[in-house]
Design a protein around this ligand. Sequence first.
Ligand code: MG
Length: 331
Amino acid sequence: MIREDMERLEERTLSVRAQLSNNTRGRIYPQDRCSIRTEYQRDRDRIIHCKSFRRLKHKTQVFIAPEGDHYRTRLTHTLEVSQVARTIARALRLNEDLTEAIALGHDLGHTPFGHSGEKILNAIKTDGFKHNEHSLRVVDILEGEGGLNLTWETRDGILNHPKESTPCTLEGQVVNISDRIAYINHDIDDAIRAGIIDATDLPKDCIDILGDTHGRRIHNMVVDVVSSSTGKEYIQMSREVEEATEKLRSFMFDRVYMNEKSKREEKKAMHIIEQLFNYFIRHIDELPDEYLNFIESYGVEQVVCDYVAGMTDRYAIKLYESIFVPGFHIL
Ligand code: MG
């Protein structure tokens, strides 16, 4: 069987620290294995074919509902994370398929308007809202026929992708560090494109260590992670590169994520999410059927949250207009 050949290939070629697909803790609902794909390849494919994955295309990364064609969206961010993570995983002889599955699934639970949407849902929903927990809810419950039924390791990596958590597999840890490498670098690139910062504004000591172009910075960070993590039980950067990366991140916080214009846009985005949330709490009969079916099991507030969190930026804006702005709207 082709799949068994691939499992043997993993055993022969991967690091002793890699998560072998044949050693998975399995799926919530046991299933026969595929004849040609390993368990993690199958997870990856289920994620790529789900609707939430396609919606990432119209969800904000940093710039809310950007007009320009070259700004990152959640989808392109996800692809960049996957690229960085696979490069690191392959260099460390970890399981590239598991790494890819986690990377492609990690942000499925993001709200419209990026972290502004997450912030307001967290404030208004009784038991709070976290995008990583929602990513797991998407793959476990909301997608497919009662969830995508992914393996334990992919689910662990998706749930534990924020910086302060540690996934159980090195593959999951690779995705965490790759998420940071990808977003810090592409947010710099997008902020320069938008004219919010200039390349010459970047802290000089960071640039001396990390490199003076987008490509060189990613390359140096990736090479540093590989050389600092080889033979180790955890995935890390060297101290020097870690500190320079963190300093660059703080710079981005002050100058881009928290600047006046971003805060103004954030307020508008939060207003839209809050209004939609409150509206559907009062008008549950207007929820799409696929969400209505969940009310009995999860309650009104959770299901309204699922619906609102799943929206793309443009869908939320159009829906807001059709509900709250007079005129003839085409949804
Ligand atoms: Mg991410």
